[in-house]
Design a protein around this ligand. Structure first.
Ligand code: 8YV
Length: 328
C-alpha cells in the first residue's frame, strides 16, 4: 500500500522530516520563505496531511481546493491560522502544540518584562554606540519588578506560568483578567486575584498580554485602553499581533503616555509598524517566545505525533476540533 502524502510547509528539523518519512511520502519546503497561497494550494494537491507552523492560513478556499486533506498539524499552541469551523465542516482535523511550550514561553514573557522595565536593550545600544562617557543619577532609571503589581490579561497555561514567576519569584502582587475565572486552587497557586479589565489597566505597573487571537480579542489594547494605564506602566505582548493596536501604541510610547513596551508579536509580522522602529522605549523581538532548542523540538515532535497518530491510527493527541474524530 502506498504511504499517505504529507506536506511540510516550512523548513524544519531534519529529524522531524526523517520521522515523517518513516510513515509518509513527504514534500517539504526547503527554502526559508513561506510559499504563496497559490503555491501552497498547488503543493497541497494529493496530500492527506500538512505540517504547519502557525502562519499558514487554512481556510474554506484552501479546503475546497484540497479535497484529500485530512489533518493540519500546527507546530504552535495558537491556531488562529485555522478557520476551525470550515475545517470541521470539511471533516479536516486540526491539532496544535500546547503544554510543551508553556514554561519556555512564560520564561520569555518574564525576560521581556524585565528587559523592558529595566531598559536593558535601550541601555545596551547606548553603550555599544560609545555614548557612555559619564555617571548620571538618572541614567536609564526604569521601574521595579519586585513588589510591583503585575496585571495579566489571558490566564491560560502561559499566563499562569508568568503569574507564578511574578508572585513566587519577585513578590509581585498579581491581578488578572480572563474570559472565565480560575478556580480557587489555581488562584491560590498563582497568588492571583481576578479583576475587571478596566481595574487591571488602571492599577497594574506591568501589563502582560497572553490572550489567544480571535476577532473578539482584536485590539484588546488600543488608544482607549492605553489611556487608562499608569504613565509609569509597561506593556508586554507575547500573545499575537492584532491583540494590540500597534499604531496607537507607537503614538502612546512616543508621547510617553506609558513608560515602555516589550513586543514579541506584531500586526502583519514579520513586518513591524515603522513607527515602532523609531521609538526608543520599546523592546522588539521577532516572535521568539517559544524559541529554545528543546522546546522547538518538543513542538515539532508533538505536531509529528499528531500526523502519525491520525493518519496511521485515526488518533490525535491534541485536537482543536475533536468533533472530527468522533464523526469518523
Ligand atoms: C511559535 C507561537 O513561535 O505557539 C505559538 O502559538 O506563537 C509560537 O510558539 C510559532 O507559531 C512557531 O511555530
Amino acid at each position: 500500500m502506498s504511504k499517505p502524502k504529507v506536506l511540510v510547509a516550512r523548513a524544519i528539523f531534519p529529524e522531524t522530516i526523517a520521522r515523517l518519512e518513516a510513515h509518509f511520502e513527504v514534500e517539504s519546503n526547503q527554502t526559508d520563505a513561506a510559499w504563496s497561497k497559490a503555491d501552497f494550494i498547488a503543493r497541497m494537491q494529493g496530500k492527506q496531511g500538512v505540517f504547519t507552523t502557525g502562519t499558514e492560513r487554512i481556510d474554506g478556499e484552501l479546503l475546497d481546493a484540497c479535497p484529500e486533506l485530512k489533518i493540519c498539524a500546527n507546530m504552535a499552541v495558537g491556531y488562529n491560522n485555522f478557520d476551525v469551523d470550515a475545517m470541521t465542516a470539511h471533516g479536516v482535523l486540526g491539532t496544535n502544540a500546547p503544554d510543551v511550550l508553556t514554561e519556555t514561553t512564560a520564561d520569555f514573557g518574564f525576560a521581556l518584562l524585565m528587559a523592558t522595565a529595566r531598559r536593558i536593550a535601550e541601555s545596551e545600544h547606548f553603550l555599544r554606540a560609545g555614548q557612555w562617557t559619564k555617571w548620571a543619577y538618572d541614567m536609564f532609571s526604569g521601574s521595579d519588578i519586585h513588589g510591583s503589581t503585575l496585571g495579566i490579561i489571558g490566564m491560560g497555561r502561559i499566563g499562569q506560568g508568568i503569574a507564578k514567576r511574578g508572585a513566587h519569584g519577585f513578590g509581585m502582587k498579581v491581578i488578572y483578567h480572563n474570559r472565565s475565572r480560575l478556580d480557587a486552587s489555581q488562584e491560590a497557586e498563582c497568588k492571583a486575584s481576578y479583576v475587571s479589565k478596566e481595574e487591571l489597566l488602571k492599577t497594574a505597573d506591568h501589563v502582560v498580554l497572553v490572550v489567544p487571537y480571535s476577532p473578539a480579542s482584536h485590539h484588546t489594547i488600543g488608544a482607549a485602553e492605553i489611556a487608562l494605564m499608569k504613565p509609569t506602566a509597561t506593556l508586554i505582548n507575547i500573545a499575537r499581533g492584532g491583540i494590540v493596536d500597534d499604531a496607537a501604541l507607537a503614538v502612546a510610547l512616543r508621547e510617553r503616555r506609558i513608560a515602555a513596551a516589550g513586543l514579541d508579536v506584531f500586526e502583519g509580522e514579520p513586518k513591524v509598524h515603522p513607527d515602532l522602529l523609531t521609538v526608543s522605549n520599546v523592546v522588539l523581538t521577532p516572535h521568539i517566545a517559544s524559541a529554545t532548542v528543546p522546546t522547538r523540538r518538543a513542538m515539532a515532535d508533538l505536531a509529528t505525533d499528531n500526523l502519525i497518530g491520525f493518519l496511521t491510527q485515526g488518533k490525535a493527541l491534541t485536537p482543536v476540533n475533536p468533533a472530527v474524530l468522533t464523526a469518523k
